[in-house]
Design a protein around this ligand. Sequence first.
Ligand code: GLC
Ligand code: GLC
Length: 808
Amino acid sequence: MRFGHFDDAAREYVIETPRTPYPWINYLGTEEFFGLVSHTGGGYCFYRDARMRRLTRYRYNNVPTDVGGRYYYVHDGGDFWTPGWAPVKRELDSYECRVGLSYTKITGERKGIRTEVLYFVPLGTTAEVHRVTVKNTSKAAKSVKLFSFVEFCLWEASDDQTNYQRNLSIGEVEVDGSTIYHKTEYRERRNHYAVHSVNAKVAGFDTDRESFLGPWNGFAEPQVVAEGKSRNSVASGWSPIGSHQLAVDLAPGEEKTFVFVLGYVENPVAEKWERPGVVNKKPARELLARFQTTAQVDAALVALREYWTEMLSKYTVKSGDERLDRMVNIWNPYQCMVTFNMSRSASYFETGIGRGMGFRDSNQDLLGFVHLIPARARERILDIAATQKPDGSAYHQYQPLTKRGNNDIGSGFNDDPLWLISGTAAYVKESGDFGILKETVPFDNDPKDAAPLFEHLKRSFHHVLHNLGPHGLPLIGRADWNDCLNLNCFSESPGESFQTTGNRTGRTAESVFIAGLFVHVAPDYAALAEAMGFGDEARAAREHAARMEKTVLEHGWDGEWFLRAYDFFGKKIGSKECEDGQILIESQGYCVMAGIGVASGHAKKALDSVQDRLETAHGIVLNQPAYKAYHVELGEISSYPPGYKENAGIFCHNNPWVMIAETVIGRGDRAFALYKKIAPAYREEISEVHRLEPYVYAQMIAGKDAVRHGEAKNSWLTGTAAWNFVAISQHILGVRPELEGLRVNPCIGAGVPSFTIVRKCRGAEYRIAVTNKATGKPARLVVDGKSIDGTLVPYAKAGAVVTIGCET
Ligand code: GLC
Ligand code: GLC
């Protein structure tokens, strides 16, 4: 069952009913100012950091789930309603929500009034713009009243939800004509305020929540809206809000458009005040001046569209499979951009007050983002590397505002350092910018201890070699990619962190996954070393990788598949000897991606075992059998009820590793079949089961042991976005930048007989026409009319257009 449809020409998903199974959201903003907006207008916005600079309030864990947002209420002769249906939930004669690239447009109609609200953040702007059009679709003249509404957050979102003894006394605003200034704490240490304005003369306003709602009402029944009359309240403490009232008189067929701006403004300390107690409004006025007319707003929207058109033109496919095309051309890169910007901070599953930027997460997010804006990826790599510790280990997380490593979580996740090599290699391949390897980057943000970026990669690589266990496999530390495989933790107290409560410090627990990751990054690392002129280091790295590969086949192989790990006591994890957790997905995917056991047939066996034991109709589960009981020596993985999250859930992040692995052994039909099982556009038809947005990936789909098999959770902010884009674009469709050229080698199976791809890379454009006979053999290429040997197309000069014929 669907709740909407894709409009590919407009690059929109059109939600046709407000009664979706869950709030379906979108993100506004591309640079510094961001908003989350649901299909009913719920959500909130913030400047740069969802915790430290939150402009509007949002209540997680609310009932119903999605209450609170930037709402517009229509009062029409005693009747009142909201165009997004919620929060008032008065029946609408029509409803539609268009989820676009960095904008959302909600239209509701009731009794001859149609109201359309367009939400977006213009480029280069620290504000949301809401373009609201009210149209009289009836045959009689109408006089309606339009009320805006936002509830201000007192900036620090965590404090805002907890510190009531102070916060209920500090709220302050100023009202100046049609503009409301939210200035809580501006009198002391904050040099920023929020501004909420409309480009029309107001009939009234409110800034005090209780005055607006009435003491006993929620957002569904604001007293002011019901009565059709603002109170002109000026907040003093309690809960400041912003609400404007507009009188809208409309002849039959007439429409009027208003522009609301909700923005963030900063002043230099010396210029905070206009006069004592009155904020300096100059920068706010400059901001508002840019959005006084509908024409200005429409131009900003066109600029935003062009921004996306240009960005998405870096990789496009025409395959004849519209679901594939819309994933690759629109929605997957869009989600990659959002994860790059947000990391794991703010979604409807992440509260914006918890996790900072993850070392491993951010490096992986880069893999799907780097082709969109390589310069921003470069900046990110240098930020991440600057948090690395001198011994090559890494803080697991860092804070986006300070860019400092986070001491609460600390380090010891032994896969972390290697992801820096993957991220950097992806950037150099995309951009050709080997210069980044020579950039001076501090360790642990200490400018006195700095070295070229390449030295950071070297310490990452050698960190593994300095931390090998009894079988010669890498020590796992607190956890590897699977944050929930906590082999040194042994936690017995509720509430304790499974990751950081290490009470065993033995050097015994080893990870076959990290071994696979090590072998996978080694060729890139060696090539970068060579580019730096470190031939000996390159040679040594290749030898280490060859040795590790042998070790994996010797001590990391269980007979039919790769082992996952050895625990603290040296017992196997992911072996047929185990009662539960006999096979885990990660080492199957990554070891084969690394090429381990491909020649010897181990790789094929491992992938066949994945198919036999882990695959379901909704994707590949993480492990089987699911852990039935808590195992203190395994940690959080066994804390989840069977079928959820890391305990046999379908983790969409690691499914693409298996897809890529399948292409490594030439099984394109398998790879593509697995892709289609989890790609949201292919799941649209079962939206009542999947329940989350059909236009973006979720982190997890409940596995076959779960009561709610097939149901997704944690949409949007997940490494799934980057990895699925890498799998489909680079390995299944088969076009990927390498250091010396563009690799063109599709492996998609028989389902897609021909397709074309346009790939822009390093300033040149490659137009690729593929005839796909699904031979499973390397492609044959004709480049600008000449056959070439192999599948690597040398990079052309910037500005060139290269035509490639490909038969496979
Ligand atoms: C979450 C984390 C990621 C981890 C994964 C598996 O997605 O953000 O870092 O690798 O879970 O545990
Ligand atoms: C929990 C989650 C896991 C996530 C981790 C982040 O363990 O289950 O997915 O990676 O928290 O700290």
